[in-house]
Ligand binder design. Structure first.
Ligand code: F6R
Length: 619
């Protein structure tokens, strides 16, 4: 999500930091900052000016002192708004320790509370700043920076890539990671600068040889040397990675395009959205409650979910969960329709707007309309401080990180996860489900990212099925219950990136008209994973097969009955089984891959499909 760079040694530290940050620009970010070690002090500059914080930072850095080492950061806000005060690097109370962090610290609330109690002054709203103060406490015991960081890493829960400097240890950068990636290297020039980066592009101009740190490893960088040790302090050696890519390829990593990279990031996107919210003492859902109280949420008697496109499909999946777990009426509407009809809203209506960008005009206006009618407005967005988030009564952020491919993939999965968390949070708050039932569901939910990973690993098999349909111009997607929004999303992906007509129906509706279109050779893709309407879906598949349709099914591992509904064993997209209401998170994956492979087979640009924009700011 955030970008990290560190440089020690050589004569151009500041320039290298600024160039490295510019090379991380493709990830999208909302603020940027750096700290330089110079003449026994730390010099810090940060900027959050839109549209280009980096430009602002460059200007401030014109007055920077000559530096021997430094760390820099581009931020994509998760905790705390995107403003200068929340931008990294963060300092400790003395101003002699600085940290940069990528990831999410799960136990940040406890850490902050403890630090505040012992007299620290925390200047930001971030989860990250606590790390600087924890390092400060360790240093006060007389240990060196490496030992201090080692001790702090042992205290942190969650995901992090860290870079730490102290004014008292010139030319030294200490780095550590868990889950979030971190690379170290040495510059190719005579100066042999020690280099630190979250992504290869940041340091590609300086070296093509890097080492990737593993979980809970600590690296100490100095000019001409990189030492890696385990958390216990034992030396560690990793094989060097030789980077052969150009800059654009490096941005995409090992992937051919951003869409496949972002699909592969889906387990992390869902994990990041769940981290810190499913606590042993209960669920913590909302990040911001501007004008919303627990009392308001307890009093709600109707929920409206309002969104567009893939966000609408995520909302539709959540409707089933809200009705089941909360026993509350839940309506779902397309934002561009909702705002122009006369939805019946009042102070006990909760309107949930779902939007990855948080800027979609149709959804923004629908939220405004709902507020003007006195409803409580809650927004689920991937962008902190987006227009919708600012105007909402309460906000829950998905934490998928920036999505560059136009077709929503990882943000869509993160939205489903966030909506499920919201539904369970409301169930807890309203006492709608017994504690053990919530705990059981949470256990399932925690396991879902691994299942998404398993589904992703079957990409080659999906490509094989897709290869049979390269010339097919019409598809029917069928599903029932939560399989229906999965079918809708699969069909949308196919339309938008492969430019193929695809109609999605709740399978029971087919006989009311569309079945007239089924003839020998029509291709039908059925989401046949097990839910309460599986038997009925089976009959609907029979109806199309008996009219000569070619049937592809999404079936759960070991489910021979569902697989038998496919036209052949080569027409099955297998997925790992999961709990009914969480199954869309897994079942949609092969449909994304199916659309991707058909688009690629035609040589289409999957990242920039024709006629589409990533943020839709027109009606
Ligand atoms: C589909 C897609 C669009 C968006 C829709 C809403 O892949 O990306 O359908 O889902 O335009 O956008 P947000 O979520 O930004 O409001």
């Amino acid at each position: 999500m955030c970008g990290i760079i560190g440089v020690t040694g050589g004569s151009g530290v500041t320039e290298l930091l600024l160039d490295g940050l510019a090379r991380l620009e493709y990830r999208g970010y909302d603020s940027a900052g750096l700290v330089l070690q110079a003449e026994g002090t730390l010099w810090r500059a940060r900027d959050a000016t839109k549209p280009s914080p980096l430009e602002g930072l460059r200007k401030v850095a014109e007055d920077a002192p000559v530096a021997t080492a430094g760390i820099g950061h581009t931020r994509w806000a998760t905790h705390g708004h995107p403003n200068e005060g929340n931008a990294h690097p963060h300092l400790d109370c003395t101003g002699r320790v600085a940290i940069i962090h990528n990831g999410i610290i799960e136990n940040w609330r406890e850490l902050r509370a403890r630090l505040l109690e012992s007299g620290h002054v925390l200047a930001s709203d971030t989860d990250s700043e606590a790390i600087a103060h924890l390092v400060e406490e360790e240093l006060a015991t007389g240990v060196d920076l490496t030992a201090a960081v080692r001790a702090v890493v042992g205290e942190l829960r969650g995901a992090f890539a860290l870079g730490v400097v102290s004014a008292d240890e010139p030319e030294t950068i200490v780095a550590a990671r868990r889950v979030s990636p971190l690379l170290v290297g040495l510059g190719d020039s005579e100066a042999r600068e020690g280099l630190l980066a979250s992504d290869i592009p940041a340091i590609l101009g300086r070296t093509r040889t890097v080492w990737a740190l593993e979980d809970d490893e600590i690296a100490v960088l100095r000019p001409g040397s990189v030492e890696i040790t385990s958390l216990a302090g034992d030396p560690v050696e990793h094989p060097a990675i030789e980077v052969g890519w150009d800059l654009e390829a490096a941005e995409r990593g090992d992937y051919d395009d951003f869409m496949s990279k972002e699909m592969a990031e889906q387990p992390q996107a869902v994990t990041a959205t769940l981290v810190g919210r499913l606590l042993p003492e209960g669920i913590l859902a909302l990040d911001e409650m501007h004008r919303l109280t627990d009392g308001d949420l307890q009093a709600v008697d109707k929920v409206f979910i309002v969104a567009c496109g893939s966000s609408y499909h995520a909302g539709l999946m959540a409707k089933y969960a809200i009705e089941r777990w909360l026993h509350l009426p839940a309506e779902i509407d397309i934002a561009s329709e909702f705002r122009y009809r006369d939805p019946v809203l009042d102070g006990r209506t909760l309107v949930v707007g779902v939007s990855q960008s948080g800027e979609t005009v149709d959804t923004t206006e629908a939220m405004r309309h709902a507020r003007s009618e006195g409803a409580k407005v809650l927004v689920i967005s991937n962008v902190v401080d987006s227009s919708m988030a600012r105007e909402a009564d309460g906000v829950l952020y998905t934490r998928a990180g920036p999505e560059i491919g136009v077709a929503a993939t990882k943000t869509h999965l993160a939205q489903i996860a966030a909506l499920e968390v919201l539904a369970l949070y409301l169930a807890q708050l309203r006492g709608a489900l017994p504690g053990p039932a919530i705990a059981g569901l949470l256990d399932h939910l925690r396991g879902v990212p691994d299942l998404i990973g398993e589904a992703l690993a079957r990409d080659e098999a999906v490509a094989g099925v897709a290869a049979r349909f390269v010339d097919t111009r019409d598809f029917f997607y069928l599903g029932r219950h939560v399989g229906f929004p999965v079918a809708l999303e699969g069909a949308l992906k196919l339309k938008e990136i492969a430019y193929v007509r695809a109609e999605a129906y709740p399978a029971g509706e087919l006989k009311h008209g569309p079945i007239a279109l089924i003839e020998p050779g029509t291709v039908v893709l059925a989401v046949a994973t097990r839910n309460r309407l599986w038997d009925k879906l089976k009959s609907n598949i029979q109806e199309v097969r008996s009219r000569g349709a070619t049937v592809v099914v999404v079936a759960q591992d070991g489910d021979g009955d569902s697989a038998a509904e496919a036209s052949s064993p080569e027409h099955v997209l297998w997925v790992p089984p999961t709990e009914e209401l969480f199954s869309p998170l897994v079942d949609v994956v092969p449909l994304q891959q199916f659309a991707y492979h058909l688009a690629r087979a035609h040589g289409y640009d999957v990242d920039r499909p024709r006629n589409l924009a990533k943020t839709v700011t027109v009606e």
